[in-house]
Design a protein around this ligand. Structure first.
Ligand SMILES: *[C@@H]1O[C@H](CO)[C@@H](O)[C@H](O)[C@H]1NC(C)=O
Ligand SMILES: *[C@@H]1O[C@H](CO)[C@@H](O)[C@H](O)[C@H]1NC(C)=O
Ligand SMILES: *[C@@H]1O[C@H](CO)[C@@H](O)[C@H](O)[C@H]1NC(C)=O
Ligand SMILES: *[C@@H]1O[C@H](CO)[C@@H](O)[C@H](O)[C@H]1NC(C)=O
Length: 365
């Protein structure tokens, strides 16, 4: 082998090794594989559960996409072309990461995965019950701290977020160290929905995210000393369809008693339905769209094929509007939703208008 050929061989093989470590950029233009570094004042944070609906998102407002579906390189390139971050989903049984070695191994794996896929951070979605002061309590806080340190070090400008319930008051037995967790990451995605996961009063169908209850949650986080700029409001693009065991003259729908984490009754008695499904179903309701003044939320009643009455509670532009306004009024970091995929992106005229309104109300009304 001539010296030149040998040199070429060494060069090529080292290039190959190098590419394998970093992953091959799947984008049309290599610069689209560069991670996003700039932060924006106002975040619009989208959970994406897989599929190609992202092609119809309003990319002029999206700043972060948390990918809960399969990794889609086309989505990564497209998001980067629009200056938006794409972040991994992070979930692990908390009992596993009490052990420091396990924790470090988990974090290293996630950082390497993010790097190899040219991603811009991670969303930690740990919704497990944790007892205050337990080894799991400390481990979870350390997980957030160490994940943030590792991501910021290895992927400069990356974003680490953590999903929290609508209130910090041990909702669903999630008694976490919210203050330290907030200090240890870039932002908390507040899941202002599933607010009937624990019903202690009458076992009846109610709004997924009543306005005053939703806003009280933010006041509770802020009164703990958490910076409002660390809090991002998550609104639901889904609702609940409840089968009524009894439907009173006043239109009150009694639901099955499904206990959840210490409560006798829960929204688990209902089925989660997409805004797309809800808008279709509304047309075959016998009540039409109704408005609950107390919860500031829409609902309707329909009869299924077996003749049984259902009540559907959901959010629409009218109920999201005052929430979006509170994001600005309270000086929060931004807004987001669970999840981006579930609007009707068919392009059909009525659906198109409904979908545009759901996006646009995020920025206020
Ligand atoms: C997308 O959002 C922008 C605001 O960022 C808005 O001006 C525009 O009208 C929206 N596009 C559509 C198709 O609704
Ligand atoms: C470490 O994690 C593995 C699973 O990844 C688990 O089987 C094991 O029990 C964990 N070790 C400790 C000490 O928690
Ligand atoms: C159902 O509601 C009616 C009033 O609307 C009431 O008289 C009746 O006792 C209720 N039945 C059950 C099983 O709760
Ligand atoms: C619902 O009905 C209205 C009028 O009856 C119609 O304009 C609209 O297209 C229907 N929407 C859906 C989603 O079927």
């Amino acid at each position: 082998m001539s010296r030149f050929v040998w040199w070429l061989f060494v060069l090529l093989s080292s290039t190959v090794v190098c590419l394998c470590g970093a992953g091959v950029c799947p984008c049309e233009r290599p610069e689209l594989c560069l991670q996003i570094r700039q932060t924006r004042d106002f975040e619009v944070f989208v959970f994406d559960v897989g599929g190609k609906e992202w092609k119809s998102y309003n990319w002029s407002m999206v700043t972060t996409v948390a990918t809960f579906g399969r990794y889609d390189p086309e989505l990564m390139c497209f998001a980067h072309a629009n200056g938006a971050r794409v972040v991994l989903k992070g979930d692990v049984p908390v009992r596993y990461i009490v052990d420091q070695n396990n924790r470090t191994a988990w974090i290293t794996e996630k950082v390497n995965l993010a790097k190899s896929q040219f991603m811009d951070g991670i969303n930690l979605d740990i919704e497990q019950p944790v007892v205050e002061g337990s080894p799991e309590y400390t481990a979870l806080t350390n997980l957030v701290k160490e994940t943030t340190e590792a991501f910021h070090r290895e992927i400069p400008g990356s974003q680490v977020s953590f999903d929290v319930p609508w209130s910090p008051k041990c909702i669903d037995m999630r008694c976490y160290d919210y203050v330290t967790i907030a200090e240890s990451c870039d932002l908390l995605f507040v899941m202002s929905y599933d607010e009937q996961s624990q019903i202690f009063g009458d076992c009846i169908a109610k709004a997924n995210a009543p306005l005053s209850q939703t806003l009280a949650g933010y006041d509770q986080y802020v009164s703990l000393g958490i910076d409002p700029k660390k809090l991002l409001m998550g609104v639901p693009w889904y609702g609940y369809d409840y089968l009524c065991l009894n439907f009173s003259q006043e239109g009150i729908c009694s639901i099955a008693k499904v206990p959840f984490r210490g409560a006798p009754c829960s929204d688990a008695a209902g089925k989660q339905k997409t805004y797309k499904w809800i808008m279709k179903q509304l047309n075959s309701s016998f009540s039409g769209r109704m408005w609950d003044d107390k919860c500031q939320a829409p609902f309707f009643n329909y009869k299924d094929e077996a003749g049984q009455i259902h009540q559907v509670w959901y959010d629409d532009p009218q109920s999201i509007c005052p929430k979006a306004s509170a994001v600005t009024a309270k000086g929060l970091r931004g807004i987001g939703m669970w999840n981006g995929n579930i609007l009707d992106y068919s392009g059909e005229a009525v659906a198109r208008q409904q979908t545009e309104m759901m996006w646009n109300v995020l920025l206020g009304c």
